[in-house]
Design a protein around this ligand. Structure first.
Ligand SMILES: Cc1ncc(COP(=O)(O)O)c(C=O)c1O
Length: 472
């Protein structure tokens, strides 16, 4: 009979072998490992997807064999790795990017923040075109979103509208995503938040690895959030994180909202970290009531499994190569599609004025400001084009090329928001006509730059789009 250690080794050896044979389509596109042959028009070219090798599969199986299941040692190690990569004080894992936004926004309501705590009816500035769950948790917490417009060239907020959105005594925070990996105008946003003493939450779900003035996005706000759903820069299947940039007072607050709202901060499987488990007197509870069951917030349970974190640790090792691949793939598409500028406009990094084969031309000749780690490659169909955005999307679909619109487009035109405005006209405010968000909603789509794309796939993307535009 083999020892359990030998059995485990054998299981993991076989797991790796199995994965090598079955997951070739998910390998990085830039690696030397053999992949299934690419057949143009037959092989699907997704806009994004899981990229992994046998190490992630072995990590998942090893963690399953341990069968700790709930968040534990793997989670702790992943949190440390992510925080170290970003250079933030702490990263807190949760089960999705949407949950991370919910936790970040809920935490602003904590009484532990004293006078800076948000109350129902307080306003939070955000941007109109983007992902719905950047905004929904504002409303879910009883706060009021105030939408400003997007710039169709960068897809980010028009920061010149920030002052118009500000309402003294009401505006308390700002949450925005770095759209598709493109950092928003951090210097304007940070200056605005400082001037008015506002909390800043960066939705960094689509921009892990992007930099602004040489510093990673996700490190400028009070809090920032990540998503680890498969299309994102690294994946745990499902998952997300709240990053605490500077003030560790948020640690206990975010963890409390994540873990049922409890006051106790012991990790799963640990007791009495505070050394006075039966010595607390809080609320109207009797003295000595078990700290494990004392709730200082109206919380949730948004924890992921430790198995996910084990996968994430392997993904983190690959992150630098993933980041390079996203940047390289974007550049390849930009160069390849440059001849189509008569009818297509391409996303510009914030503060860039134009793209040239030699690089971007930056505002005021001050040199590069943004280094986006792109989530996707945006095509905006110009009004003068002899084809529509819809026709382009349908053509790409027919050629098995994955494409997406900018998530919810102008969110206030979504059925959920239209109904909300009808039923509760004061549920949100809108600044200006949101013409930029509408333009994005009507004219743009994006294709992939994810690290699973091979050179052959990129060539196919360029060739297919070029043929379509030239033939139209
Ligand atoms: C900007 C942004 N924020 C939040 C999310 C939500 O992340 P999740 O799908 O992990 O809930 C997404 C999802 O893609 C996103 O693009």
């Amino acid at each position: 009979m083999n020892s359990t250690e030998e059995i485990r080794k054998e299981i993991l050896r076989l797991t790796r072998e199995y994965s090598r044979q079955t997951h070739q389509a998910n390998l990085p596109g830039f690696g030397a490992a053999p992949r299934r042959p690419f057949v143009p028009g037959e092989t699907v070219v997704p806009y994004a997807g899981r990229v992994f090798d046998e190490e992630e599969v072995a990590a998942a199986v090893a963690s399953t064999l341990d069968f700790w299941l709930t968040l534990g040692g793997e989670g702790e190690a992943f949190e440390e790795g992510l925080a170290a990569f970003l250079g933030v004080k702490k990263s807190i894992l949760c089960n999705s990017g949407s949950s991370a936004n919910l936790l970040a926004l809920s935490s602003l309501s904590s009484p532990k923040l004293g006078a800076r705590r948000l109350k129902p009816g307080d306003e939070i500035i955000t941007v109109a075109a983007g992902f719905p769950t950047t905004v929904a948790p504002i409303l879910q917490n009883g706060f009021v979103p105030v939408f400003i417009d997007n710039d169709p060239a960068t897809l980010n907020a028009k920061v010149q509208d920030l002052e118009a959105a500000f309402c003294p005594g009401k505006t308390k925070a700002l949450i925005m995503a770095h759209t598709l990996g493109n950092p928003f105008d951090v210097s304007a946003v940070v200056a605005f938040c400082r001037k008015h003493d506002l909390w800043l939450i960066e939705d960094n779900c689509d921009s892990l690895g992007s930099a602004y003035d040489g510093k990673l996005t996700g490190t400028f706000g009070d809090l920032s959030t990540q998503s680890f759903y498969p299309p994102h820069h690294l994946t745990l299947g499902e998952g997300g994180a709240v990053n605490i940039v500077n003030s560790l007072k948020f640690k206990a607050i975010v963890e409390s909202f994540r873990d049922w709202g409890r006051d106790c901060w012991c990790a799963s499987g640990k007791d009495n970290t505070c050394q006075k488990r039966f010595g607390w007197k809080l609320g109207e509870l009797p003295e000595g009531y078990d700290h494990k069951y004392i709730y200082s917030h109206l919380g949730y349970n948004l924890k992921p499994l430790d198995i996910q974190a084990a996968i994430g640790r392997e993904q983190l090792r690959k992150l630098p190569a993933f980041i390079q691949a996203r940047m390289r793939n974007w550049e390849t598409l930009r160069r390849g599609l440059a001849p189509l500028e008569e009818f297509l406009a391409f996303q510009l990094p914030t503060h860039a004025r134009a793209w040239t084969p030699g690089g971007f031309v930056w505002e005021g000749d001050g040199g590069p400001r943004c280094q986006p780690c792109w989530f996707g490659f945006t095509l905006r169909v110009k009004p003068s084009a002899p084809f529509t955005r819809r026709e382009l999307a349908q053509h790409l679909d027919a050629r098995k090329i994955g494409n997406r619109m900018l998530f919810g487009g102008n969110l206030v035109r979504q059925p959920a928001f239209v109904r909300l405005r009808e039923e509760y006209p004061k549920a949100f405010r809108v600044i200006g006509d949101l013409a930029g968000a509408d333009q994005i909603m009507n004219e743009t789509l994006f294709i992939g730059v994810y690290p699973g794309l091979t050179d052959a796939m990129l060539d196919y993307l360029i060739e297919t789009i070029t043929r379509f535009v030239k033939r139209s």
